[in-house]
Write a protein that binds this ligand. Structure first.
Ligand code: NAP
Length: 265
């Protein structure tokens, strides 16, 4: 039985970094399955990895494409040592002004695909296997003008925590990775709406560091992986203060920076 790691969102950013670092740290894997829409980017990732790769070109917002992955798993019957649910995106903007289809795709990819892949992959896991789900600092509080995205990440955290408790007796661990802003293509895509995310440059982390910390936390069996002390402090802040207060603070900062920009014109 082949031992594999299955990584979604492996064509760029944090998912690509997981593929590179897992291939170095877990050389006993027989194969790594890389999933994303951009095949040419996955081929580039394959060239950097010495373990055999299976490239799966798939749009995970489409239920029939998730179904094909299920069928492939059934056909190949691998032993999954790692599932990394990293595919995800966010769009900034006001809920009422955003395109409905983009909002639905955020939910389909960040929540539905992650849920179904987790459920399906557990069938092929043994004691010592790991599920890694990408949350965000936005998992801990609502975010002004990032409402749908933050809600999807709150779902990821809640789902992953409960799943962890359900399957821990089988020796399978679930870790939710909750970074602050990371230097990837994420905000280029998020800001295509024309809205600017003022917080994107606050505590900007490199994907290599986020993944190094995540792999260390996974080895230690931790429930959460949060890179950087400042982001951990923000989480404590979100536990101590009512969320309406946090939203009020975000409104205040946004209005303040708008006024500052107008005065500079
Ligand atoms: N960067 C940040 O500031 C940050 C912070 C906290 C959490 N996160 C989370 O980290 C994860 C990775 O994001 P990133 O920062 O690495 O951004 P990224 O570089 O844009 O990577 C996103 C990945 O998701 C894949 N993807 C997007 N839509 C897809 C679809 N419909 N079907 C299949 N794959 C799809 C992309 O591949 P294709 O385009 O080739 O399909 C890409 O590989 C996301 O879940 C994100 O929410 C990011």
């Amino acid at each position: 039985m082949k031992k594999i790691a299955l990584i979604t969102g492996a064509s760029s950013g944090i998912g690509k970094e997981f593929a590179l670092q897992i291939s170095k740290c877990y050389q006993k894997l027989d194969e790594i399955w890389l999933i994303a829409r951009r095949k040419e980017r996955l081929i580039q990732v394959e060239e950097e990895i010495s373990i055999p790769i299976k490239i799966i070109e798939s749009d995970l917002t489409k239920q029939e494409e998730i179904q094909s992955i299920k069928e492939l798993l059934y056909k190949e019957q691998p032993q999954i040592r790692f599932l990394v649910n990293c595919a995800g995106f966010g769009k900034v903007g006001e809920v009422t002004r955003m395109k409905e289809e983009e909002q639905l795709d955020m939910i389909r990819l960040n929540c539905i695909a992650l849920t179904f892949l987790s459920k399906e992959c557990i069938k092929y896991m043994k004691s010592g296997s790991h599920i890694v789900n990408m949350g965000s600092i936005a998992s801990f509080f609502p975010v002004l003008h990032f409402a749908v995205y933050a809600a999807t990440k709150a779902y990821v955290l809640s789902f992953s925590r409960a799943l962890r408790s359900e399957i821990k007796r089988r020796g399978i661990s679930v870790t939710t990775v909750c970074p602050g802003p990371v230097n990837t293509d994420f905000f280029h895509i998020a800001e295509k709406t024309g809205y600017q995310a003022w917080y994107k440059d606050c505590f900007l982390a490199q994907p290599q560091k986020v993944v190094e910390k995540a792999l260390d936390d996974i080895k230690k069996g931790r429930e959460l992986s949060i890179y950087r002390g400042e982001i951990r402090t923000l989480r404590v802040f979100a536990k101590l203060f009512p969320h309406r207060f946090i939203l009020w603070g975000m409104e205040w900062i946004e209005n303040f920076s708008k006024r500052k920009n107008q005065n500079n014109l």
